[in-house]
Design a protein around this ligand. Structure first.
Ligand code: BJW
Ligand code: ZN
Length: 232
């Protein structure tokens, strides 16, 4: 399955696009590109520190839990564009004896990690003082600025995460697509790998997307209501 921000909407995590989306009030080119970070790392960190606080106050919803319960029975891989960590938290919440360890692939990284903008070393997220550029966190190895370990526009996705996602999608009989506007690539192409290999795409989204015409079934409700019924 492939998930996007809409899956976490009912947990209180803001989506990116549409009337309530972050991109209505925040310009992606000022906040979610490597150029923006080079230009004004303090501003970018301020936004990500706020996003971390928002996510810390949120919890997985019934949609995340339905996915985790179904995946733990086997034969499912979870591929997500979300950086909020709620799939992993749901897995922990519903874990029980006999669960299968399923793949959980985070295509766009994770808010819970930092990455060095110089040497690329990954570390657990530190608390960030955004009051001045001098106080921003730096790498303990090379001294370069740390940044959130997320994928910004114009940056490549981790090749091993991406290759594994496409391979699993091409081997799947069904790709369930939940809560993504399906406009950001290469993530939005993952379900097409299932389709091209003869499998079926099933979409859960209150709005039509560019993937809707490839879906055998489209369910137009909120994920936290539809998924427990669909997967339960
Ligand atoms: C509900 C709901 C409910 C609401 N229940 N549903 C091919 C064509 C054109 C452009 C490109 C291309 N290939 C690459 C590009 C360039 C670019 C791109 O895709 N641009 C397009 C937008 C035009 N891609 C990249 O730059 C990627 N890198 C790359 O390709 O590298 C190689 C390369 C480099 C240079 C040139 C060419 C190639 C990287 C993309 C990184 C995206 N990063 C972000 C930020 C991550 C960090 C952070 O969180 O801050 O990722 S942007 C943002 O969008 C975030 C999301 O993961 C991503 C997708 O958003 P998502 O999840 O779909 O959310 P929304 O808000 O868009 O949609 C929510 C949906 O939920 C809606 O449909 C609602 O209806 C629905 N919904 N409530 C169910 N309750
Ligand atoms: Zn470093």
């Amino acid at each position: 399955m492939l998930s996007g921000a809409g899956l976490s909407a009912e947990s209180g995590v803001p989506v990116f696009r549409g009337a309530q989306g972050l991109w209505r009030t925040h310009r992606p080119e000022d906040l979610a590109t490597p150029q923006a970070f080079r230009r004004d790392p303090r501003l970018v960190w301020e936004w990500y520190a706020w996003r971390r606080d928002v996510v810390a106050a949120c919890a997985p919803n019934d949609g995340h839990r339905a996915i985790a319960r179904r995946a733990a029975r086997g034969g499912v891989a979870v591929v997500t564009q979300n950086v909020d960590g709620l799939h992993a938290r749901a897995r922990g919440e519903v874990a029980s004896d006999g669960d299968v360890a399923y793949p959980l692939l985070e295509l766009h990284g994770a808010l819970s990690r930092d990455r060095c903008s110089g040497c690329g070393a990954r570390t657990a997220a530190v608390s960030v003082d955004t009051t001045s550029a001098d106080r921003l966190p730096r790498c303990g190895r090379c001294g370069s600025l740390l940044r959130p370990d997320v994928v910004w526009f114009g940056e490549s996705l981790d090749p091993s995460v991406l290759d594994t996602s496409f391979r699993l999608a091409s081997e799947a009989t069904v790709c369930l697509v939940v809560g993504t506007s399906a406009v950001v690539h290469p993530a939005a192409s993952v379900p097409l790998a299932t389709r091209h290999a003869g499998g079926t795409v099933v979409e859960v989204n209150p709005e039509p997307t560019p993937l809707t015409r490839y879906a055998a079934v489209s369910m137009g409700g909120p994920a936290a209501e539809v998924l427990p019924q669909l997967l339960g």
